[in-house]
Design a binder for this molecule. Structure first.
Ligand code: UDP
Ligand code: MG
Length: 318
């Protein structure tokens, strides 16, 4: 019998978690040929998510949980969950039922067919503002162009992967994790399926536009040095244009005398170069910051509670 681990990052999901498990179990019951296990990761929730998890684990023996010492972010939660997987197939999904378990059969079929991964993308973006939609389209285009990461528009984290692919993902142990990039970077054959997105039923999303912007910047800088090259190239182009301009003004001054008016040119040059320099330093800083954080080599997450150890103890006792 094949096993499937469900990795579920949870942040402030006390209202919906039990419902999520009930709904998911309905689908699991229709797939008796596979043994499912939940790995719930409590990412430092401020509400009673942890207690709900513990209750659920007491009720169902296929529920494992890890609880962080604080909020480390969804990426860290996914990593922790993946590290604890042992199954043949592994699913990464949200706890808010925006990732419908109803597509499990489709995902299993794809993997049995020989794909290494069956990932989802959204087709319709209901309830998303025009601005937000345009922004994410631009992001997908840009990151596909600039990096080794190739994702279709609307690609989501929700996916089922083979053991081999999960092991490869775990080899990328960087602290600044950008999962959509990592999933794509490791390669393997991915089948894309889509479904209509649904609104969050319970709880509320913890994403703000500023964090979305941050996410986009990270998506590119974690996988490409193209922005650095961009600053070098613009610097070089401006340098050569300036050389020509200096020659022209020199010739003008030497042969025709000093021409005083020059307020506009001076101001433009000062402001333009100032802006460009600041921007270049900013881009540099973005990378230096990343190097700094990676160099510290801190753990990606810290566990406070988990029922994985219990299992080990039991094994020792027996
Ligand atoms: N999540 C998490 N840590 C965080 C934020 C979110 O583990 O700091 C979890 C959350 O509980 C959910 C999933 O990540 O299961 C996606 O979060 P959310 O629904 O808020 O994001 P969206 O659906 O808008 O992408
Ligand atoms: Mg959600």
């Amino acid at each position: 019998m094949k096993t499937i681990d469900l990795v579920v990052p949870c942040y402030n999901e006390e209202e919906g978690l039990a419902h999520f498990v009930t709904e998911t179990n309905k689908v699991i019951d229709t797939l008796p040929d596979y043994r499912f296990r939940y790995i719930l990761v409590n990412d430092g929730s401020r509400d009673k998510t942890y207690l709900v998890m513990k209750q659920l684990a007491r009720r169902y023996d296929n529920i494992k949980y890890i609880s962080f010492s604080r909020n480390f972010g969804k990426e860290a939660a996914m990593y922790a969950g993946l590290q604890h997987t042992t199954a043949d197939y592994v699913v990464v999904m949200d706890a808010d039922l925006q990732h419908p378990p109803e597509v499990f059969p489709q995902m299993i079929a794809a993997l049995e067919e020989g794909y290494d991964c069956c990932a989802t993308k959204r087709d319709e973006r209901e309830g998303e503002s025009f601005f937000r939609g345009a922004f994410s389209k631009l992001f997908f285009k840009l990151s596909n162009k600039l990096t080794d990461v190739k994702n279709p528009y609307g690609a989501m984290d929700y996916r089922m992967m083979t053991r081999q692919m999960v092991d490869s993902i775990l080899e990328l142990s960087e602290v600044q994790r950008f999962s959509k990039g990592i999933f794509s970077w490791v390669g393997f054959d991915t089948k894309w399926i889509s479904f209509k997105t649904v609104d969050r039923r319970l709880g509320k999303t913890s994403w703000k536009f500023s964090s979305l912007f941050r996410y986009a910047i990270d998506g590119i800088t974690c996988f490409s040095v193209a922005p650095l090259r961009f600053t070098a190239v613009t610097g070089a182009v401006i340098f050569f244009i300036s050389l020509i301009y200096i020659l022209i003004t020199l010739v003008q001054t030497l042969f025709f005398g000093i021409t005083t008016p020059g307020y506009v040119t001076t101001m433009s040059a000062v402001l333009f170069l100032g802006g460009l320099t600041e921007m270049s330093i900013g881009i540099l800083g973005e990378y230096i910051g990343k190097i700094y954080m990676e160099a510290k080599d801190r753990p990606i997450y810290i566990t406070k509670f988990s029922n994985f150890e219990e299992e080990n103890n039991e094994e020792q006792d027996g």
